[in-house]
Structure formats: C-alpha cells, structure tokens
Design a protein around this ligand. Structure first.
Ligand SMILES: C[S@@+](CC[C@H](N)C(=O)[O-])C[C@H]1O[C@@H](n2cnc3c(N)ncnc32)[C@H](O)[C@@H]1O
Length: 615
C-alpha cells in the first residue's frame, strides 16, 4: 500500500536506484516505491580537496552515480529511465570526513566524539537528451551522540570486538556499537540507509506546491563545517571486512550495511526520545478533517454567517440566542470557525471574514449555502455508508432510504418542494461559480440556439446568453425542477434569451438546437444510460451541430485530490462515475461526434466541445 501520495507520483514511471545497498532498497520498497536496482559503476575518486565542504563532495558523487547509470542504461537498451536515484554517504567529525580507524587509539578518538552522518541524494529526471536531464538534490545530516559516561576503558573493551575497525566513524549503530550511542539527532533512517522523509519532501516540492509544514525543518547547509584535509575514502565506510566487495558495491553502500547491521529489531531496543519517528501532523489533520467539515456545515445550517453578515462584531451569547443554541456550544463552534479562517475573533466579538460573506451567507450572489446544506443533509449521511459503498461498488441511497432506488433523481430524494429546492440551490451555487468559465471555454458564436440538457436552474444558460447575445437557450429539465426554476431567474436583458422546457431526457424528445450542452450530467449515469442519452442527443443533431460536455476528466494533470474525491463521491451518490478523456472521446465518437477539443477549467471541471458529423 502506498501511504505517501507523492511516492504514488512515481508509480507509473521507470525508476532506477543506482545503488546495491540492501538497506536502501528495503527502505524505499517499504515506502511503496517500485524501482529497478542498477548499482552505479562510478569510481569514487573525486578530488576531495577541490570541494569546499564534505557535503559538496558527497553531492557530486551522488550526482555522478546517477549520471553513470542513466547513461549506461540509455546506451545499453536505448531506453532512458524516467528517474534515477543516486546517493552517497559520508561520516564527519569536526568537519573531517572519517575514515576507518588506523589503530585502536584512532578508534577511541573517533568513538568518543559526536559524529555526523551526511547522506547526499541526487534525483535525476531523465529525458532522451542527457543534456536536458534535470537533477534535484538534497542532503540530510544526522548527529550521533556517544554516551558521555563512555569511559576510555569501556571504549577499549569494545574495540577488540573488531567491529569499529572496519566502519567509518568507528562503530555500527545496529550492531554492538549501538550500545555506545546515547542519542540520535535527526532522521534515524538516514543513518540506517536512506533519508526517506527528506526524499518525500523533495518529491513533494517537485510534484505539489510546498506545504508550510514541509518547510518547517530548515536545511542545514551551514551546519557542515569546511574541510581542511581529506583522506582517501576508498577504504571507508565499507563494513570493510570484505574488501573484495569494493569492486561491485560502493563504500557508501557498505557503510550502510555496516551501520545498519541487523536493522529493525535492534533499532527498537536502542530507540530513545530523540529517535522517535516524526510527529504525524498531516495524518492527524486528515483524521480531523471530518470534524472540521461538520463544524462548517453546522454553522451554515444554523445560519451563523447570515447573522454576522455585514454586521458589527457580536459576542457568543448574542449569536447563541439568535441561532437558538446553547452559549457554551455556540462559543466552541464560533472558535473553530475562527480557527478555520471563516470568522474573525476580536475583543468586540466575532465577525464574518470575506470568505464567509461571499460564499457562506445564504443571500450572497455566489452563495454556496445550499451546497453546504445538501452536503449536511444528504451527502454526509450517504458517506456514513462509505464502507458499504466500497465493498459493494455502488451508491448507498437504498441503505439511507431503506428502499430500492431505480432512478437517482426521480426515486432517491423525496420530491417535496423543500428538498427539491435545496438540491437546486446546491447546483445553482456551484454552477454560478463555473458558468462563466464554461461559457467562454470555446468560441460558440457560430451557434444561434442551444439546449442545456439537465440545465437545472438556468445558471449556465444565463452566462451563455450574456456571452452570446444572439443565442437562444432552452433549459431542459424534469417538470418539478422547471417549476421551481423561476426562483432562480433574475430579471435582466438575458431573460428574453432563455426558455425552460420540461421533460425526461431518457424518454421525451429533446428541444431542437444547434448546440447541446451536457454539464455534469453524464457522470451521474451508468454506461447504458450514457449511451441512451448520447443517442438521443445525436438523433436531435444536424451535421455541424455542437455538443459541449462538461465533466471532471479523471486522468488530466491537475491537483489530484479534487478529482479523486469527486470520483469517490460519484460512487457513493450516483449510478455513474467520473471518466477519463479517452473514455469520453470514445463515447463521443461512437455517437458521431468528432473534432473533440478539451479545455481545463479552474477547479475540477473540464470542458469538451465536439461536432456532429453526418451519419
Ligand atoms: C447534477 S445536476 C447538473 C445540473 C446542471 N447541469 C449543472 O451543471 O449545474 C443534474 C441535472 O439533471 C437533471 N435530470 C436528472 N434526470 C433527468 C431526466 N431524466 N430528465 C431531465 N433532467 C434530468 C436534474 O434535475 C438536474 O438538474
């Protein structure tokens, strides 16, 4: 299971680890990364004196390792991998790179001082042209403190075990030497084999905008002192009792083998407060997400933001009496709303933020209040059955309502004007936010008539009419929707361009038009019904007619979470699903619509325009 979403970004890429280190491989594959192992043959003979810092030396070595593998693979099978990961490890004391101890005195000198384990990592993003490769690089540094009680005597007792004599830094942390380490400051996995946390953050910076908590731990370049002299490192870090290995595995890898030893179990034994894993802030935020949503929805349901709109700040008891709720409960709710950035809290009391005035008050022009209520009263309840939805692979209306639901729109909701109106308010709020983008995604000026099939309140029709003053738009929807649509139609010059027609798009003829619009319609329905509806639209079209489709395309490059949540939403709520661009393209072509153009809109929607060709 891939827990770290950013690792998932690499799942469909050809990733190569330029290292034979078993510990490094274990850490990366435990994190869910899929990769091939191609150990680098780069000879670690760079002139250390030409680098200002040990970090610089390690970094260049890591980069060269990745480059050597990328080049060799390209030459060998003419297929450059997508990503090559190279790494190099050094251990320093007082700015000097440690070698294997030359004698027991040297071993004692090394053992009795704090050591820094520095791992440099180069992530090479390959293209077919080597010169165009991009390299992201970072290093991670972990300090190992040896127990101050460590006596020369204790140390000298340890040295004859032989362990320190072939390890860079003088001991193996997972072996006997772990007894000497009192604390580890920094990433423990960095010492074991690979700085997984920093690696994920680095990928996150590439694939997602950095989150504030990702930036919390400062990079510590300046904590690495300059180096005066370096010894030849070829014998260092090797776990060096097997010099023959040096040809195939790098000193870096052997350092890990030596350091990591019998990893996990012993790591547990030696774990102290300083070696605890990072606090799972993001995970706990995710866990709390449903409580925050419910607080937002409850504040909307109680119309808190209506009472505070354009008003002077009010105190909790005043609001409590207006919303008919307890003072202690209201105060807690208001405080959470303030923490979420929806209210401002001052000495004078609480007031709406701009966001609340714009979107959460029920009478604002771009109000999402209806959408919030739909989420609170219907979708929330459906999501309590998410586990069943996942197990059964279907929506959960039958469980919520305790009856069989054949047609989502005609059977699922009770068709009382109140619930119908709430649904329409929800659709209206979202449609108003996106209608302008939809209306302007393509040049539609060649059409003189349009039919918005399932056009609900006419929010999109209005924007189409505004954008194209000679366009006549018919909104086609179920009879009870058309009846209530009057509540959403403001007067204005566009009113004369918009007409409503009642009917069932699966059964009744569609109004004739040069352009048909299906906005957020197809994703509600099974493939069978999608074919049925597209056949009806195709039958109603003359050659040259247009079909404007607005949906969330699953495979488009966008902020992933929104599209995927929408997909889950469709599973829980509808008979349908979100589909990929390829799937829609096939559907359109099957029904005689060609020349498909796609425009990505802000948020999760995409618009596709296709032209009906002669059958
Ligand atoms: C998800 S809403 C989308 C509304 C609007 N297109 C938008 O993007 O805001 C689906 C719309 O299809 C309408 N609808 C559902 N089944 C229908 C049917 N059989 N015939 C006509 N309209 C239908 C619903 O009443 C609703 O207005």
């Amino acid at each position: 299971m891939v827990l770290c979403p950013v690792i998932g970004k690499l799942l469909h890429k050809r990733v190569v680890l330029a290292s034979a280190s078993p510990r490094r491989q274990e850490i990366l594959s435990n994190a869910g990364l899929r990769f091939e192992v191609v150990p680098s043959r780069f000879k670690e003979k760079l002139d250390k004196a030409s680098f200002a810092t040990p970090y610089g030396y390690a970094m260049e070595t890591a980069k060269q390792k990745a480059l050597e593998v990328a080049t060799r693979m390209h030459q060998k099978d003419l297929r450059t991998p997508d990503v090559v990961i190279g790494a190099d490890t050094i251990v320093t004391v007082g700015g000097l790179i440690l070698e294997k101890p030359v004698d027991k005195q040297d071993a004692y000198r090394m053992l009795s001082r704090a050591q820094r384990c520095v791992k440099a990592v180069a992530i090479r993003h390959c293209s077919s042209q080597a010169a165009a490769h991009q390299v992201s690089e970072f290093y991670e540094e972990t300090t190992l403190n040896v127990s101050p009680e460590l006596s020369e005597e204790g140390c000298l007792e340890y040295i004859p075990s032989g362990e320190p004599m072939d390890k860079a830094g003088g001991y193996g942390i997972q072996a006997l030497g772990g007894m000497l380490v009192e604390s580890v400051h920094g990433d423990f996995l960095n010492v074991v084999g690979f700085p997984l946390n920093h690696f994920c953050k680095q990928l996150g910076e590439l694939y997602y905008p950095p989150r504030p908590e990702d930036l919390r731990q400062p990079v510590r370049h300046d904590s690495i002192p300059a180096v005066d002299t370096f010894e030849d490192l070829s014998d260092v870090e090797g776990g060096g009792s097997e010099p023959a290995q040096r040809e195939t595995g790098s000193r870096d890898e052997k350092a890990e083998v030596g350091a990591a030893g019998q990893a996990t179990a012993e790591a547990e034994c030696h774990r102290t407060g300083a070696t605890l894993p990072p606090f799972p802030t993001r995970l706990l935020e995710l866990l709390d997400g449903f409580k925050l949503s419910k607080a937002l929805l409850t504040a909307c349901k109680l119309k808190v933001f209506d009472w505070l709109k354009d008003e002077a700040p009010q105190r909790a008891p005043d609001i409590a009496s207006k919303v008919d709720a307890s003072v202690c409960g209201t105060e807690k709710l208001l405080d959470v709303c303030a923490a979420m950035g929806l209210l401002e809290k001052t000495e004078q009391g609480y007031s709406n933020t701009e966001t609340a005035n714009l979107y959460l008050a029920s009478d604002s022009e771009y109000s999402l209040h209806g959408f919030m209520l739909q989420n609170n009263d219907v979708i929330w309840n459906l999501f309590t059955y998410l586990e069943f939805a996942i197990r059964e692979g279907r929506n959960q209306h039958h469980r919520l309502l305790g009856k069989k639901v054949e047609d989502l729109f005609q059977d699922a909701y009770d068709r009382s004007p109140d619930t119908q109106l709430r649904f329409m308010q929800a659709m209206h709020g979202v449609a108003k936010l996106t209608a302008r983008q939809v209306a302007t995604a393509f040049d539609l000026s060649r059409f003189s008539s349009a039919c918005d099939v399932g056009g609900c309140t006419g929010a999109l029709a209005r924007e189409l009419a505004r954008e194209y003053p000679r366009l006549q738009v018919t909104v086609f929807d179920l009879p009870d929707v058309v009846e209530l649509a009057v509540h959403f139609q403001p007067a204005g010059p566009q009113a004369a361009q918009i007409h409503f027609a009642a009917g069932d798009f699966f059964r009744d003829p569609l109004p004739s038009a040069e352009l048909y619009v299906l906005c957020r319609i197809l994703h509600d329905w099974s493939d069978d019904k999608v074919h049925k509806l597209l056949s009806k639209v195709a039958e109603s079209c003359k050659p040259g007619a247009g079909l404007l489709l607005v949906e969330t395309l699953l495979d488009e490059k966008r902020e992933v979470q929104g599209g995927l949540i929408q997909s889950l939403n469709m599973l829980v709520q509808t008979e349908g699903r979100e589909r990929s661009r390829g799937e829609y393209q096939c559907l359109l072509e099957l029904h005689g619509f060609h020349q498909v153009q796609v425009v990505h809109l802000e948020g999760v929607l995409d618009a596709m325009l296709a032209t009906r060709v002669a059958p």
